[in-house]
Design a protein around this ligand. Structure first.
Ligand SMILES: NC(=O)c1ccc[n+]([C@@H]2O[C@H](COP(=O)([O-])OP(=O)(O)OC[C@H]3O[C@@H](n4cnc5c(N)ncnc54)[C@H](OP(=O)(O)O)[C@@H]3O)[C@@H](O)[C@H]2O)c1
Length: 377
């Protein structure tokens, strides 16, 4: 064998070994360690904790140290928290590639949950945007707990008075995703025809209502049991996917927001006008490449077609939280709340989210009596 081929096959072998090793390292689940001791005299709170990756059985409700805000930090007493598919992706460390950020073998941060709404209980000495007693909502790591602490310049905003804590807690991830898909990636204009695939879920119920409030012609896709609900929140037309495939309906859309990923980008393209846009948001199962298959297909197809094919990775934004608060305050958007759970029932809430059958949002009432109270829910 020529030296050149020997070198090339050597490089290939090293590359293959590196990929296999990375795969083994990323997919390895470490054993669950015991909870660390809390020092005497430390004030505690209850929080949902996971110290190893796995199903909902790895979650436990524990006493942990109650955070103390310093500098520009705000301490929020949580009234309600929202559940999202992101929570069980974190819990399972799946897809495995995300473990490069969340922790290899076991999670770096044992706290779960992101979306919250509550009352400011204490502030650090440099806080200027918030005062004790303010009603707020936003996204922070560890929202399945009695308290969360976060810097005031992160994703936290004032809750309008006529919006309940449950409603506010349902917003951050799902409604921001819907907003960024329609506005930033989809550039949706009044009068345009938009299709929301997955219209009955957490993101979809917001997307239908936001698109409708902007004067778009909205088409939703859901199963038979959800057709009435999706029409009731503003869809002009609803495709029942058990009866009809929207990609074969002959209707063409200016924008398709795909929250399910059950059609290839080329199938979706058949349902787009010539200068239409496909925004890929969700779908794709599996621990390895599953969620990346549709975005990769879209990337490969994109240079050869007129339509735009864009993948969204939503990001928390204080400005977007304020925009959404206004949409709720004005009554243009009203969250659809499906099931409610207590903090101790978070494993059941996650189990339900993992079924993929949620109708709107799943809420965890941390302070049950007060969560719905502020707007007479
Ligand atoms: N890229 C990002 O930044 C980002 C941000 C947030 C969420 N996501 C992803 O977006 C997706 C949607 O999130 P979500 O919070 O809305 O999830 P979700 O609430 O769990 O969605 C559940 C809904 O999906 C519907 N559904 C299931 N299969 C369907 C199908 N074949 N056609 C149409 N609808 C179907 C279900 O309706 P039926 O029961 O009637 O089937 C159910 O109402 C998830 O994959 C999530 O991970 C991505």
């Amino acid at each position: 064998m020529k030296l050149r081929y020997k070198v090339l096959s050597g490089i290939g072998a090293v590359f293959l070994i590196a990929i296999v090793s990375l795969g083994l390292v990323l997919s390895h689940d470490s054993a669950c360690p015991l909870a660390p001791e809390i020092g005497s005299g430390v004030e505690t709170m209850q929080a949902v904790v996971y110290r190893c990756y796995g199903g909902p059985e790895v979650l436990s409700l524990e006493d942990v140290a109650k955070p103390i805000p310093t500098g520009n930090e705000v301490l929020v007493r949580i009234h309600a928290a929202g559940v999202n598919p992101l929570d069980w992706h974190y819990m399972r460390g799946s897809p495995f590639l995300m473990r490069l950020g969340t922790g290899i073998g076991a999670p770096n941060d044992p706290r779960l949950g992101v979306d919250f709404a509550g009352t400011v209980e204490a502030v650090g000495e440099n806080v200027s945007r918030f005062e004790v007693g303010d009603q707020v909502f936003g996204g922070a790591s560890g929202a399945f707990a009695e308290y969360v602490v976060m810097p005031e310049d992160r994703a936290i905003a004032h809750k309008p008075d006529n919006v309940t804590f449950e409603q506010a807690a349902s917003l951050p991830i799902a409604a921001i995703t819907a907003l960024q898909a329609l506005r930033d990636k989809g550039d949706l204009q009044p009068g345009q025809r938009v299709l929301i695939n997955g219209a009955s879920g957490g993101v979809g119920t917001f997307a239908v209502q936001i698109a409708r409030s902007w004067g778009a012609e909205v088409h939703g896709v859901c199963s038979t049991r959800n057709v009435e609900m999706v029409a009731s929140i503003g869809a002009d037309h609803v495709f029942d996917y058990t009866q009809e495939d929207y990609t074969e309906s002959g209707v063409q859309f200016d924008l398709i927001v795909d929250l399910v990923g059950n059609h290839s980008p080329s199938a979706n393209r058949q349902a787009l006008v010539d200068d239409g846009t496909l925004v890929l948001v969700g779908g794709g199962k599996g621990d390895w490449l599953g969620p990346m298959v549709r975005p990769l297909q879209a990337m490969m197809l994109s240079p050869f077609v007129d339509q735009e094919m864009i993948t969204l990775l939503a990001s928390m934004s204080t400005d977007d939280l304020a925009t959404l608060a206004e949409l709720l305050e004005s009554g243009e958007v009203a969250p659809v709340i499906d099931r409610r759970f207590t903090l101790a029932e978070v494993p059941d809430a996650i189990r339900y989210s993992e079924t993929g059958r949620a109708r709107g949002k799943i809420i965890v009432n941390v302070l049950k009596s007060e969560s719905a109270a502020s707007a007479g829910d």
